[in-house]
Design a protein around this ligand. Structure first.
Ligand SMILES: NC(=O)C1=CN([C@@H]2O[C@H](COP(=O)(O)OP(=O)(O)OC[C@H]3O[C@@H](n4cnc5c(N)ncnc54)[C@H](O)[C@@H]3O)[C@@H](O)[C@H]2O)[C@@H](O)CC1
Ligand SMILES: Nc1ncnc2c1ncn2[C@@H]1O[C@H](COP(=O)(O)OP(=O)(O)O)[C@@H](O)[C@H]1O
Length: 291
């Protein structure tokens, strides 16, 4: 399977530095439908990763029990609680006011609310939607695959960020059997009508045609919560108007650089997901120098 890689110059040119007249809405709004009683930390990590990655306005929709954790950890994030959210009022992406959604980080695949909330976001968000964690399992149902197909037809991007286990669970019900990671990314992207970022020691991103290989990762990233951070970072880049392929490749590369920069200070042993977020500025500076 033929793959390409983005040059450092190409990646550096994609970084959405804000223009002089930017305001928080023109910079892009990211709505994160994330976190549940069992996994409140995913909501904190994803929303913080999104803010540091440049989203102008980061919103979290979550369970009441999670909301206070997010408010306490990230006071700049705007938090709503599920029963108070009117799906018809979910903000759309508009000319000059870009917007994107992340759904599923910190969702439990076995929880009946996961499918309901994933469907609610996909049906109502007139904007790119990134599906992560529990929402990837939900996406295997025929009903949700129909919605994904309709969204793609209507011009709304679907983005999927599975690790190897989640990719296998997405592949199985569709009879996709390949063990070749870039080919798996390509087949999943086609079957689910979107762009797939297949995460691992090497990460592959495919929009159904082009397969991009990203091998800047470090084993320091192999720790709980780093995927939640990556979903927030990539969602923030989608919210700032990058195409799905570009947002995934830039997000994965900056996440990998941030892991490397954190490991320089802390060693491969000690890096936590929080440290990856704290190292995003160094990752940006490194990319600016390399590009
Ligand atoms: N602090 C938090 O709140 C955290 C919440 N998290 C959330 O926890 C939920 C469950 O996520 P998990 O990834 O643990 O659940 P999964 O149910 O996807 O992982 C469990 C199984 O999948 C397989 N698997 C996991 N990672 C794999 C990999 N990289 N390659 C191949 N196979 C793999 C393994 O067989 C594993 O036993 C998600 O909603 C996630 O967002 C995690 O991100 C950890 C941190
Ligand atoms: N050995 C490794 N080398 C490089 N990157 C890794 C390695 N292991 C995991 N990663 C990266 O760490 C992140 C883990 O994501 P994920 O498994 O979804 O974590 P979580 O669900 O706990 O947040 C992914 O970006 C993945 O590419």
């Amino acid at each position: 399977m033929e793959t390409i890689s983005y040059s450092m110059a190409r990646l550096a040119a994609l970084v959405p530095y804000p223009p002089r007249d930017a305001n928080k809405y023109t910079r892009g709004r990211l709505v994160c439908a994330v976190g549940c009683d069992r996994y409140p930390g995913a909501a904190v990590l994803g929303s913080r990763g999104a803010e540091v990655m440049g989203a102008g306005y980061t919103q979290v929709i979550t369970d009441a029990s999670v909301a206070d954790h997010v408010r306490a950890a990230n006071p700049s994030v705007v938090v709503s609680v599920w029963p108070d959210v009117d799906p018809a009022q979910l903000p759309p992406a508009r000319e000059g006011h870009p917007c994107a959604y992340v759904v599923g980080s910190g969702y439990d695949a076995g929880d009946s609310m996961t499918k309901i909330r994933t469907r609610l976001v996909l049906e109502n968000a007139q904007a790119p939607v990134l599906l992560d964690a529990g929402s990837l399992d939900a996406a295997t149902s025929q009903k949700l695959r129909d919605i994904l197909e309709r969204r793609a037809h209507d011009g709304f991007a679907n983005v999927f960020t599975p690790h190897g286990g989640e990719a296998a669970r997405m592949a199985r019900p569709l009879g996709i059997e390949t063990d070749d990671a870039p080919e798996l990314a390509r087949q999943l992207a086609r079957a689910y009508c979107g762009t797939v970022m297949l995460k691992g020691p090497v990460t592959y991103v495919c929009d159904g045609e082009t397969v991009v290989r990203m091998d800047e990762g470090t084993a320091a990233l192999a720790k709980a919560g780093t995927g939640d951070v990556l979903a927030g970072m990539t969602g923030a880049l989608l919210a700032q108007g990058l195409s799905p392929l570009d947002a995934c490749v830039l997000g994965a590369t900056l996440h990998a650089f941030a892991g490397q920069e954190a490991a320089k200070r802390l060693t491969d042993i000690c890096v936590r997901a929080e440290d990856v977020i704290a190292s995003i500025p160094q990752a940006l500076m490194r990319l600016a120098q390399a590009g």
